[in-house]
Design a binder for this molecule. Structure first.
Ligand SMILES: [Fe+2]
Ligand SMILES: [Fe+2]
Length: 196
């Protein structure tokens, strides 16, 4: 399917704001994919679809996950904001017939991150922070980081998420913590290599 068709599919499922965000993330994902050597077409598809379930009610999302036999961990049960990544990847696979694992994983892990994220997963994770309409405190810093390296922007993004969640005393998903440690250790390793 082409971007136009996906746009038509997500339009009725999302608020105006979220729809615009999705189109912008797709655009930004294509830009980052070209810059860092990921597949621009896959980046566009994952970008446009990444928040497909974000405005769907919790009961419907739970139904999708239950039907797929997914058992949520205690942290996940208490973090409904994470659900749209899980239910979204399932919806895209089962209802839209997208079977490309890379695209599905980019959607699945766009909120938590995970250790060993693929290039495409990183592109979507970062594009979600740097899309055109984003205007949170630090958005321009994230955009600058994204133009230096995808990894630097990833680390900024994960740090932002950790800080935001802990400031609001919300549960932190183990995948997010593990991603943070993974990125920090990697960047420490890079520094050591440069200094050595
Ligand atoms: Fe999202
Ligand atoms: Fe998003």
């Amino acid at each position: 399917m082409k971007r136009k068709e996906y746009q038509q599919i997500i339009r009725p499922l999302l608020s105006d704001h979220r729809y615009r965000h999705s189109v912008n993330v797709a655009k930004e994902a294509v830009r980052l994919a070209k810059r860092y050597g990921a597949d621009p077409e896959k980046a566009e598809t994952a970008g446009i679809l990444h928040d497909i379930m974000k405005d769907t009610g919790p009961a419907d999302q739970l139904k999708i996950m239950e039907r797929a036999g997914i058992v949520l961990t205690e942290v996940e049960q208490n973090a409904p904001k994470l659900w749209h990544a899980i239910s979204g990847a399932l919806y895209v696979e089962r209802e839209l017939g997208v079977h490309d694992r890379e695209i599905l994983d980019a959607i699945r892990y766009h909120t938590t991150g995970r250790v060993g994220m693929s290039l495409l997963e990183r592109v979507i994770f970062v594009a979600d922070f740097t899309s055109e309409e984003r205007d949170y405190n630090g958005a321009d810093g994230m955009r600058a980081a994204a133009n230096v390296s995808l990894e630097r922007a990833m680390l900024e993004g994960v740090t932002f998420t950790l800080r935001d969640l802990s400031a609001r005393q919300k549960p932190i998903h183990p995948d997010t913590l593990a991603t943070y440690n993974w990125m920090v250790l990697q960047s420490a390793g890079e520094k050591l290599k440069k200094e050595g």
